[in-house]
Design a protein around this ligand. Structure first.
Ligand code: SF4
Ligand code: SF4
Ligand code: FES
Length: 234
């Protein structure tokens, strides 16, 4: 069995090539990448941490679909590439710094704690978003980034919703104000992010929930007006 791995080096010409490697069946992609590195090509560069689907560092694309390398068993002919949209540093390693800054721009944190006591149901409602392992798979799958590099994107918006939905947060409007520009109304609701998330988080739904909260604070979806040109009435 063989896989193709996209190699990238900023100082080589060509910078990017695809190389074939033999793999061993019954092992994860990450185990196979480690075997390739140990036995065949020490220069192969990739990220790893927990090796058990917890740290989010090993996300790559296989046949153009985002997966955690430590949770995926490769098949003959698979094409392995780095995450999309983000700048490639070397081989399968991408620069995540820019997208991590979106958490700050989205103000995805508790602003003012009202002291309200959370019920078990309150906790359950924000538990899923808190499970994010920052693997960046959702960013890689998001088509909006191709046209707007400033888009806040799925995990920052999902995390922002987690705090808007937190019963202890008494400054919900501040968070909503932060996610309107390059945020909740730029999303096309394609659902790619939800489909690829290894933690079962649903950023598309969280963005819809943020839109609903935004309407409570007087915002209207600018995209809804365009339906008027097709003669639709609401
Ligand atoms: S649903 Fe929105 S945030 Fe998610 S991938 Fe599609 S455009 Fe991006
Ligand atoms: S929301 Fe899911 S896909 Fe996106 S970074 Fe978090 S764990 Fe990864
Ligand atoms: S190595 Fe931690 S999620 Fe894969």
């Amino acid at each position: 069995m063989k896989i193709k791995v996209r190699r990238y080096h900023p100082h080589f010409e060509p910078k990017s090539i695809y190389m074939d490697y033999d793999i061993e069946p019954g092992k994860t992609l990450l185990e196979n990448l480690n075997l390739i590195k140990e036995r065949k090509d020490a220069t192969l560069t990739f990220l790893q941490g927990c090796r058990s689907g917890v740290c989010g560092s090993c996300a790559v694309r296989v046949n153009e679909k985002e997966v955690l390398a430590c949770a995926y068993e490769p098949k003959d002919g698979d094409v392995i590439e780095p995450l999309s949209v983000l700048d490639v540093i070397r081989d399968l390693v991408v620069d995540m710094n820019g997208s991590l800054k979106t958490l700050k721009r989205a103000q995805a944190y508790l602003h003012t704690n009202s002291g309200a006591v959370m019920s078990e149901e309150d906790e359950r409602l924000i538990q899923r978003q808190s499970d994010c392992i920052l693997c960046h798979s959702c960013y890689s799958s998001c088509p909006v980034f191709e046209t707007n590099g400033n888009f806040l994107g799925p995990f920052a918006l999902s995390r922002a919703y987690r705090y808007v939905a937190d019963v202890r947060e008494s400054d919900k409007k501040d968070i909503i104000d932060a996610v309107v520009k390059d945020g909740i109304y730029d999303c096309t609701l394609c659902g790619n992010c939800t489909e690829v998330c290894p933690m079962g988080i649903d950023p598309k739904n969280d963005i819809l929930m943020l839109q609903s909260w935004a309407s409570r604070f007087g915002y209207t979806n600018p995209n809804m007006g365009s339906f008027g040109s097709f003669g639709l009435e609401f």
